[in-house]
Design a protein around this ligand. Structure first.
Ligand code: 48F
Length: 258
């Protein structure tokens, strides 16, 4: 006999246990797009306590939509190697261009990330940061995405992390919060979000890994947010750079934690 109350208790208890556990983490990531999930995967694999907060119901950011809703993505040689790490199948299209199913890529990266030990909380938005001594980012201020959609006036909750990664994509929301709320100087030429440049796949992909760095004490920027913050071009539905940037963010984070 199935009891609905047991089902409800199982869900509530299990979620609350994980959420309480997530309130103090080594690394907190805003955004479960390809960059955020890849960073979380490489961190969790090393036993680093990593949590991602994702605003949307679904994970993957721009990945599942492929190019203009044609659900395929393209990667170059280096990107292909990373997709192999996640067991995503690719087909060579022309020399140096590989094509993958965007849904297989999204679901495989998500599955590997969670199985490596990272926690992904969907439907939760990062709406502010916690700042402490030396203006260091020390955590995230969180709210249910539904509260802002419904324009409800509800106070948020807060979690603490040793390192925060802004993987919120084009919007680079966490970096904007730093600049807009506390007038913080980012480590860019102008001290603020430089803004992404128009489409140029070759340059965008080349620059994204270099742009993946600590942009403010305790805050690393990864993925499309890295190019947006440092004024580099967007690159459209080629995804190698996002995966490489996520991996780079994990490497920098591990170095900082050590
Ligand atoms: O946009 P997104 O996929 O960023 P990414 O990982 O990859 C970029 C590519 O998808 C594509 C591209 C390829 O060349 O340019 O755009 O850098 O994923 C960002 C995720 O962050 C979530 C958002 O819903 C998306 O899933 N997000 C954005 N702001 C917030 C957030 C926020 N304030 N709190 C929580 N999640």
């Amino acid at each position: 006999m199935l009891d609905e109350i047991t089902i409800s208790r199982a869900i509530t208890e299990s979620f609350m246990k994980d959420f309480l556990e997530a309130l103090e983490a080594d690394v907190a990531i805003g955004g479960a797009g390809p960059a955020g999930m890849t960073a979380a995967y490489y961190l969790a694999k090393e036993g680093i306590k990593t949590v991602i907060f994702e605003r949307q119901l679904r994970v993957g950011g721009g990945m599942p939509g492929g190019g203009m809703m044609f659900n395929r993505i393209v990667v170059q040689e280096e990107g292909k190697k990373l997709l192999e790490e996640f067991n995503v199948r690719t087909k060579e299209y022309e020399t140096g261009y590989y094509i993958a199913d965007s849904l297989e890529a999204t679901s495989s990266i998500c599955s590997a990330t969670i199985k490596a030990g990272a926690r992904i909380f969907n439907l939760i938005s990062v709406e502010d940061v916690m700042i402490r001594e030396d203006d260091r980012v020390t955590g995230l201020v969180l709210s249910w995405s539904a509260t802002s959609l419904a324009r409800l006036h509800v106070d948020p909750l807060v979690m603490r992390a040793k390192i925060v990664i802004d993987a919120t994509g084009h919007a680079s929301e966490i970096c904007h919060i730093i600049v807009n709320k506390i007038g913080g100087e980012l480590r860019t030429k102008e001290g603020r979000v430089s803004g992404e440049k128009p489409m140029w796949a070759e340059i965008g992909e080349r620059e994204i890994v270099g742009n993946t760095k600590e942009v403010y004490p305790g805050l690393i920027v990864a993925g499309m947010a890295a190019n947006a913050v440092f004024g580099a071009p967007r690159m459209g539905p080629i995804f190698g750079g996002m995966l490489l940037s996520g991996k780079r963010a994990a490497e920098i984070t591990m170095k900082m934690l050590r």
